[in-house]
Design a protein around this ligand. Structure first.
Ligand code: ATP
Length: 245
């Protein structure tokens, strides 16, 4: 049987009078890429921010590796190796690419020896050769796609057991967006990372995912194997005309 990494049960979250999530139940198994799909304002970012402790739910439970982490502070959650890469590619723009990567390892740098960190950087450079080429360059001078790759790579340096990715293709040209998503798939092969991915690019994210949940107005309205959802009539109708394939 597949090992559950993340289990969310009956989660509800509000911003004052606005209820952003209603009774959300989902799970992520070890080694999976699971996509959360939905339109603007559906509640996707709220979901990730609640998992990583930035928002507190008013009902429901979140368990990570069989431990109830509901209501934990973000700095406690990050220590469990549940790592959140937020939207808008937040890199330290005045630091070099290499220093951004070292900062990603900050939480475990005392436990890990220098050699392990160097090995991780080497693996990252083999996956993202452009970052090796630009390692001494200031992160703020990278292109949008390169900054997104750096943001993901920095998340990987934190040795994630589960990586939460919030819209990694936002604002990228279609061809770059496709590259970023195919790199997300490679993370699983190279680092064994399990990924919970939020995306508006439904077709391209379903292509790299194992399973997906569709969220609308704060509720899960559909879920299943990605390959089956790709053929789903309602999904095809709702997302017809997407530019990235
Ligand atoms: P997008 O793709 O546009 O980022 P999303 O699916 O991530 O959308 P959320 O950002 O989670 O959606 O927003 C869910 C709902 O909660 C929306 O109705 C939004 O207006 C509302 N919301 C989000 N953040 C806040 C906030 N800080 N205060 C009040 N309402 C908020």
């Amino acid at each position: 049987m597949s090992e559950k990494i993340l289990t969310i049960d009956g989660l509800s979250v509000s911003y004052g009078p606005i209820q952003a999530l209603r009774n959300v139940t989902l799970q992520v198994n070890k080694g999976e890429i699971v996509a959360i799909l939905g339109a603007n304002g559906a509640g996707k970012t709220t979901l990730l921010q609640t998992i990583s402790g930035l928002l507190k739910p008013n009902a429901g439970q979140i368990a990570f590796q069989n431990q109830n982490i509901t209501g934990w502070a973000p700095e406690q959650i990050v220590k469990t190796h549940l790592i959140h890469v937020p939207e808008h590619r937040q890199v330290f723009s005045t630091l070099t690419v290499l220093d951004n990567l070292y900062l990603g390892a900050f939480h475990h740098s005392r436990k890990s020896n220098k050699k392990m960190i160097e090995e991780d950087i080497e693996k990252i450079f083999s996956l993202f050769p452009i970052l090796r080429e630009r390692k001494e360059q200031l992160a703020g001078t990278l292109s949008g796609g390169q900054q997104q790759m750096l943001a993901i790579a920095r998340g990987v340096m934190a040795k994630p057991i589960l990586l939460l990715l919030d819209e990694p293709t936002l604002g990228l040209a279609p061809i770059i967006a496709r590259d970023v998503l195919s790199l997300v798939k490679s993370l699983k092969d190279l680092f064994g990372t399990t990924v919970l991915l939020i995306e508006q690019n439904v077709v391209s994210s379903l292509k790299i995912s194992d399973r997906a949940y569709v969220i609308s107005h704060g509720e899960i309205v559909k879920s299943g194997d990605a390959a089956i959802l790709l053929e789903d009539k309602e999904i095809k109708e709702a997302y017809l005309g997407q530019t990235i394939h």
